[in-house]
Design a protein around this ligand. Structure first.
Ligand code: UD1
Length: 362
């Protein structure tokens, strides 16, 4: 069996890592392509190093651009590679522009598509990720889901049950595999932090950082929270760029308890997150990781495509309503919240093993 996997952005890397290992275990002929959507050392190289992912066989170097530009460029560069490599299937993970572009390229050439993390839906079509998820699932032959809501969504969209496989969560495979090692990270020492005495913040959704009013509103939330607890904010390039262009740097500098860092590598970030009092985020993956770590996660979004993290896990979906976020944070700081804290079904570190078995049997 020959599989060609395509990754492009930071959250793709932790999803592909356990699959690469599993392919190796089963002597599957595996080709790894990086589209180059994320290219900075902090957004790319650090993750390949931390997770010991082998150097990609092909780097398309597409870089930044609009969704349309990125998809067009990936298609043009990936087509000749797929023609030459002739894999039995192309594997894509997650919901980023690189995911959809690779799935479409394979599908156009009549190559089977395997989508890992299929079926998640926020039902918010203003998110590029939602469009990527729907379009990718439509043309996938193997749809691997992380939670039962995914199976239900896919069946409602008319996808045959025979193609849907509930396998668990590869991102959690990686988390469980690296949790112990991450505890050796020196990041707390470096930032002079005590365990459970700070909150971790991440922010990068276009809906939160591409619009000055909403970005400013989030900063005003932070002004209040950092008066009670230190906040560590590894800044994503999209947020950093907009912080400058909206002239918000001054506001940030005025917050004495806000600690700004570059984006962190996988192990440092896992250590930071695991030892936080709570996490404030608009990320998808972090909602899942905090659920497994048992850390309260205040999600700065109106919706989530990962409902199991709210129904069973530690996810507190709050939106970016100023009063609501601050009061939820105060409850968490004052230990006034009772968390659900159940580990979702099959988030047990064996998702990649299940996926590769299914591919081998088919
Ligand atoms: C992408 C994904 C998002 C995912 C996120 C994780 C899509 C639609 N979005 O968003 O789902 O959660 O990755 O980070 O695919 N940039 C750099 N250096 C880099 C990469 C990007 O400076 O290494 C800059 C780019 O120039 C661009 C901005 O960051 O202006 C955003 O990059 P982009 O590729 O549009 O995606 P993300 O916002 O990171």
């Amino acid at each position: 069996m020959k599989i060609l996997s395509v990754v492009g952005t930071r959250p793709n890397f932790m999803k592909i890592a356990p699959l690469v290992n599993e392919f190796k275990k089963h002597n599957v002929d595996h080709v790894l392509v990086h589209t180059g959507q994320h290219y900075d050392k902090e957004m790319y190289k650090l993750f390949f190093d931390d997770l010991k992912i082998p150097k990609p066989d092909f780097d398309l170097g597409v870089g930044s651009g609009t969704r349309e530009q990125q998809i067009k460029s990936i298609k043009a560069k990936l087509t000749p590679i797929l023609k030459k490599e002739e894999p039995d299937a192309v594997m894509v993970v997650g919901d980023v522009n690189s995911t959809l572009a690779a799935a479409q390229t394979a599908s156009n050439l009549g190559i089977k598509v395997a989508h890992v993390e299929a079926g998640l839906r926020s039902f918010d079509n203003t998110m590029p990720e939602e469009l990527n998820r729907i379009e990718t699932d439509k043309i996938s032959d193997f749809l691997f889901t992380t939670e039962k809501s995914g199976d239900i969504n896919l069946e409602k969209e008319g996808i045959s049950k025979d193609n849907i496989f509930f396998v668990g969560n590869v991102m959690i495979d990686t988390l469980l595999d690296h949790k112990e090692k991450a505890e050796q990270s020196k990041i707390l020492k470096k930032l002079i932090l005590e365990k459970k005495d700070y909150c971790t913040l991440t922010l990068h959704r276009p809906s939160n950082v591409d619009n000055k009013v909403d970005f400013e509103n989030i900063l005003s939330i932070l002004v209040e929270i950092q008066e009670k607890i230190r906040v560590v904010f590894p800044v994503h390039p999209r947020a950093r760029k907009n912080m400058h262009s909206f002239n918000l740097d001054g506001k940030i500098k005025n917050m004495k308890n806000l600690i700004i860092t570059e984006p962190l590598g996988y192990l440092d970030f896992l250590c930071l997150m695991s030892n936080s009092k709570f996490v404030l985020t608009d990320s998808g993956g972090i909602q899942e990781e905090t659920t497994v770590l048992g850390i309260p996660c205040i999600t700065l979004r109106k919706n989530t495509e990962r409902p199991v993290t709210v129904e069973q896990g530690t996810n507190l979906l709050v939106s970016i309503d100023n009063g609501k976020v601050v009061s939820k944070a105060m409850e968490v700081i004052g230990n006034k919240i009772k968390l659900k804290n159940k580990i979702p079904e099959l988030w047990d570190g064996m998702a990649a093993e299940r996926i590769v078995k299914i591919l081998l049997n088919n």
